[in-house]
Write a protein that binds this ligand. Sequence first.
Ligand SMILES: Cc1cc2nc3c(=O)[nH]c(=O)nc-3n(C[C@H](O)[C@H](O)[C@H](O)COP(=O)(O)OP(=O)(O)OC[C@H]3O[C@@H](n4cnc5c(N)ncnc54)[C@H](O)[C@@H]3O)c2cc1C
Length: 488
Amino acid sequence: MTSATRAESAAAARTAVVGGGIAGLAAAWELARAGVPVRLYEASDRLGGAIAPHVLAGVEVDAGAEAFATRSTAVPQLIEELGLSDQVVEPNPDGAWLQLPDLASPLPATGILGIPADPTAAEVVAILGQEGARRAAEDLSRPMQDWTSVAAGAGAGGGAAGVGSPSVGAVVRDRMGQAVLDRLVTPIVSGVHSAHADDLDMSNAAPGLFEAMLEQGSLARAVAQVKAAAPAGSAVNSLEGGLKTLVAALERRLRELGVEIRAGVAVTDLSVLDAEHVILAVDGPQLMQLAGPYADLPQRGTELGRGVALVSMVLKAPELDARPRGTGMLVAPSVEGVGAKAMTHISAKWDWASRALTQALGEGHHLVRLSYGRVDDDLAAGALGFASSDEQLLQAAAADVGTLFGLPVWRGQILDADVVRWQKALPQASAGHQQHVAQVRDALAQSWGAQNRSGPKLYAVGSWFAGTGLARVIPDARAVARLIMNDS
Ligand SMILES: Cc1cc2nc3c(=O)[nH]c(=O)nc-3n(C[C@H](O)[C@H](O)[C@H](O)COP(=O)(O)OP(=O)(O)OC[C@H]3O[C@@H](n4cnc5c(N)ncnc54)[C@H](O)[C@@H]3O)c2cc1C
């Protein structure tokens, strides 16, 4: 990795993008297809950021993000522009399972974040028990409390004034009770969002749900309403060969359009880029550092979360051909003896992955991915996560995979394994975060008009600003890129 130098930047394009994750790539795409010359800098030697490939037993699969949400048209639109629509794939409709201390059960398909649309449905009652289901059903008739002063991060029941909507934890506890929170919502929130339900802003985690609840006077009816408004088909899709297909296509088309891609260049000083506009598509702390000299940025803890460690393994296990746990499992924190917070049975979820494994290794082979590192894990007590050693993680994963499938898995069945750690791609959607990033964007915009301004006009994109996930990051980055076109 080298640093960008003045000499390198002599023939600068007028717009530079710093960061070659999906946010930087989407911003560069928006500009380049409109004819704006762009130079893109990426610190690592490959593009894609948290969309990354790795090879297990000779098969290339996703090591980070593996799917995109279909609730908006943003990602499908980009895919269409890149000519990849015929490569869109749906996951196996079996869906995921829940592992609770006393039960392994398919996750009810009708929920959002695990919140049931019908607390009286048999599959929901089976998970909550009669008493838990009775309390959950109170939501259908109890008057709605006044939520105006309750914001995320206020803890159980809320109470602190702040911005945004209340936390997922506060709303679910109030409307449906603790059993829904513990047995349905927490496994999903901690396994998928790497967050604690009391710290997760409801509007951020499930756009539109809070407003729908106020309108409907019921959380369950709100879930049903939001689900009914979602596009038909599965909630997430991917591409044949995984999301690396998207990055490869973007890179190819950007190069065709003349975008100069500088991989292996970590930008440390924006002045050497010699650009009029600079889009910062990096993580939050990195952005604060790079933009610091140019704007009066509001300071606040720029937490990145604790990070996660993913253990992927290829198993020879024909007994998994029957997909005994659907597409994978979300594990409640209260389950003892299992360190993983989630397990994805990748080859059960995606037919393309199953076909690739069969082609490479023959029948009866499976790919699973286990994730470690809950936001409130007690690291001092030995909880596994980002900081654990490969050996610790591999050992735990070998044991967990057997426990979660309910089948013993011997070491000899594991043909290949890989540990991948992610720290910077899952920013905490916690209390005050949205307000803070809005203030950072305001400060950047204000610096454009500052007297004696000598630096470039700075713009911020990426998941730290837009929220986690391609469906948020891509349209946001493209909208920011259009600001530059309007300014030109
Ligand atoms: C394990 C995991 C699984 C996920 N699964 C999904 C999923 O299935 N679906 C989904 O929608 N989302 C998923 N996400 C979230 C999604 O991947 C992210 O929200 C999104 O990819 C973030 O893109 P980004 O461009 O903002 O950031 P990043 O992907 O982090 O890219 C930032 C880039 O900037 C580069 N960079 C940083 N500093 C500099 C510098 N100084 N100079 C040059 N370059 C620099 C970095 O090297 C990096 O490539 C997942 C995330 C993780 C970690």
